[in-house]
Design a protein around this ligand. Sequence first.
Ligand code: NDP
Length: 263
Amino acid sequence: MKKFVIFGNPVAHSKSPQMQNAGFENLKYDAIYKKHHLDDGNIIKKTFLKNNYEGANITVPHKEHAFKNADEVRGLAKKIQAVNTYINENGKVIAYNTDAPGFLKAIESFGKVKTVLLLGAGGTAKAIALALQESNIDVTVLNRSEGKLEFFKNEGITSYSWDNFESKEFDLIVNSTSAGLKDDYLPCDKELLESVFKTAKFAFDCVYGKITPFLALAKENELEIKDGEDMLLYQGFLAFELFTKAKADNKVLEGMRKGLRGE
Ligand code: NDP
């Protein structure tokens, strides 16, 4: 039986095992997916190989370590400089980032999106910003502090901190900050949000499983809203296809959604 894991710290809360195992069951694929708590991200590759894992997902705070440790990084992950998926290819560790394409799949349901305001500048924002840029969607980053903006500026992405923001019209507003995850904060000033909501059509929050204050305010302003469940599902589904080397269908996807929801 092939062994897969998710590395994280903490990892106890992760829903990836229930989602991935549901996928394996659907495909009758002989594999098991477990949680692996990892304190030291520097030994992630060694730990992966020593345990004979066939593949892994990587979550907070190890995505950058995983990027640096990999034998080979493929696709947009090279620019993002963070990976969430490892594959064992004949003893070599191949790394991918499926958060970026997972996000793009998740916003497909909105239809045509031309301009995006992305709130936050952390690891998730990097993946989202580069995914949008690669799809020729105009993206502007707005973050609480200046410190993390350098990465975006180096990629030619217009970026502001709260102090110097210059607004324009956006189709979609994305919250990729952790505001609203465990608290009731908005990701930025309420007036600023209300002003961009006036002309926007859609709002997306990376936080999943709840209506955050950000989504609640967007709904009040009559925007179409979506939480982060589909993003989590699609990043998992794309990793699953890499794990199994199979092109999985909609039945597998919906099985994984049920697994994710614990249904
Ligand atoms: P990081 O810690 O890398 O970045 C956090 C960002 O949020 C920073 O830009 C930080 O700003 C900002 N921030 C934190 N608190 C506040 C606040 N109160 N007000 C305004 N800005 C704030 O986190 P990640 O990028 O890894 O994750 C971000 C969110 O995305 C989390 O909620 C996470 O759960 C979610 N997520 C969802 C996924 C999915 O599949 N649905 C996948 C991955 C993440 P500053 O620079 O000023 O500190």
